[in-house]
Design a protein around this ligand. Structure first.
Ligand SMILES: [Zn+2]
Length: 153
């Protein structure tokens, strides 16, 4: 799944579970549940296997996605001020919600092939539920974002 819907759920968790000992592990765990929602992703892994690195197109999508996720996390953190604790929790949950994917980026872009990292990349791949249609694979993620916003408000 793209990072933006993951972060949207992470933010929702932060706002609904103000206890960091609950919210942060929950945000981390939400990642694996969301990867089970049928979705479309740029094919970073397949392209890396084939050409040694992800394509320009996929990289552009990944950058836009990460920038959007960062923007949403920052906006909600900023909006929660002057409650600094909540702002930090929102940022922490945003990071926790995508940590499982962030770990994989050195594999794609810096050619790191440590055994544990290869194992993690394979594990992450094994839990993904991909849609055949790009359209429906984007729609499901739009719904996850919409549901998170509805949950927050
Ligand atoms: Zn993932």
């Amino acid at each position: 799944m793209l990072e933006t819907p993951h972060v949207a759920v992470g933010i929702a968790i932060a706002t609904k579970f103000p206890n960091p000992w609950i919210a942060i592990p929950l945000a981390f765990a939400s990642h694996f549940l969301l990867d089970k929602v049928p979705h479309w992703n740029p094919h970073l892994y397949t392209e890396t296997q084939k050409n040694g690195r992800p394509s320009k197109n996929s990289t552009t999508i990944a950058i836009v996605d990460i920038a959007t996720a960062l923007a949403i996390g920052s906006i909600f953190a900023y909006k929660s001020l002057p409650d600094i604790q909540m702002a930090v929790l929102i940022l922490a949950c945003s990071l926790a919600s995508v940590l499982s994917d962030v770990i994989k980026y050195p594999y794609y872009y810096f050619h790191l092939r440590q055994e544990w990292l290869v194992k993690w990349v394979n594990f992450e791949r094994s839990i993904q539920v991909d849609t055949k249609s790009v359209f429906w694979g984007i729609v499901t993620q739009g719904l996850v974002i919409a549901a998170s916003m509805w949950w927050i408000l």
